[in-house]
Design a protein around this ligand. Sequence first.
Ligand code: GDP
Ligand code: MG
Length: 228
Amino acid sequence: MNREMLDFRKTRFITSAPDISRLPDDLGAEIAFAGRSNSGKSSALNAICDQSHLAKTSRTPGRTRLINLFQVKQGCSLVDLPGYGYAAVPESMKKQWQKSMSDYLQKRQALRGIVVTMDIRHPLKDHDRLIIDWSLAANLPALILLTKADKLGVNARREAVGEVKHLLSEFGGNFTVIAFSAWNKIGIDEVRTVLSYWFSTFHAAGGEGGDDDGYDADADGYDNGDGE
Ligand SMILES: Nc1nc2c(ncn2[C@@H]2O[C@H](COP(=O)(O)OP(=O)(O)O)[C@@H](O)[C@H]2O)c(=O)[nH]1
Ligand SMILES: [Mg+2]
């Protein structure tokens, strides 16, 4: 199995799409980043790619409505999905978000996994649960980043990770939970390792299109890296 670490520092912006139906052709391998507005998703992308201005970060939640695509290398892209979960959004828009997001997770052939960012102090809100639920239904592995881990001490951090793992056990499926901080560079190499692995499963599988409709997360018994 190829466990080579990709060089995320070479990641560059490719394009923006106004919505999921207008993404570029469904080719290659993609890993999507989802999370509530202000959960630290853009900061996480920047930290993983070691570039301060790759994804825009903002103190004003909800500014980024576009889907942004970044290429790590040919055939390997990161997809920055719009932030969700703020109350001011009308019901009809929430419905639309749910529809397009579940469609995307189920139909996008290029998708190899999903990263969900959640503030370590406020994990597993309703929309986070939906995303995780849909990912698992689509047989995609999910990586949960408990962001802003610098806000907690080491013990509280470990407790938060354990609690989220426990709450997620009801979902079954293939997921990894890690404490993360863009500011203090916590968890970055762990994330890079998981993402590299997900991308490599695409290459190992022998090319685009594939011969079936899904990536079997359990096929090779990959250890989630849950550790102790
Ligand atoms: N303490 C702390 N704050 C962070 C961290 N990452 C992001 N933030 C802050 O959280 C806010 C939202 O960050 P951003 O990356 O724009 O979140 P996004 O809306 O999910 O893309 C900003 O004020 C950031 O400075 C982190 O690792 N630690
Ligand atoms: Mg953002």
